[in-house]
Design a protein around this ligand. Sequence first.
Ligand code: FES
Length: 152
Amino acid sequence: MADVRDLYQEVIFEHNKNPRNFGVLEDHNRHAVGHNPLCGDQLTVYLRVDDQDTVEDVSFEGTGCAISVASASLMTQILKGKAKEEAEALFQAFHDVCTKQREVEDAPELDKLAVLAGVRDFPSRVKCATLAWHTVHAALETDEAGAEVTTE
Ligand code: FES
């Protein structure tokens, strides 16, 4: 088990050091700003969605701890090409796993996101792991003017 944890730590470390899809998405048509009031960290998520509300492209920027940045990075990788309903279902599954309402083994759709499931043993870190997801949820619900959301 220690080996698996080490691997998970490595993935989180690597995504924090080299976040994927980081920066402003030039041709975005939705965006939202997410705050974690516990620490003051803030992320902005940019989306380009098509007429059917499918995520064509996604990026993020901002500052946060290693878990929040790694979670945002992994999220951008998994969201491309997903319909709004699929994205919302992933958020729900991820949230349920992080808050112990569901076991990791029962949520195979999370795929790479499972490396973040360790936060379930550290309740204060759940908001770190879910910050980007709260933000993308707000972005999907808003129009081009953007939205602001907190993890509370
Ligand atoms: Fe701020 Fe994790 S400590 S998002």
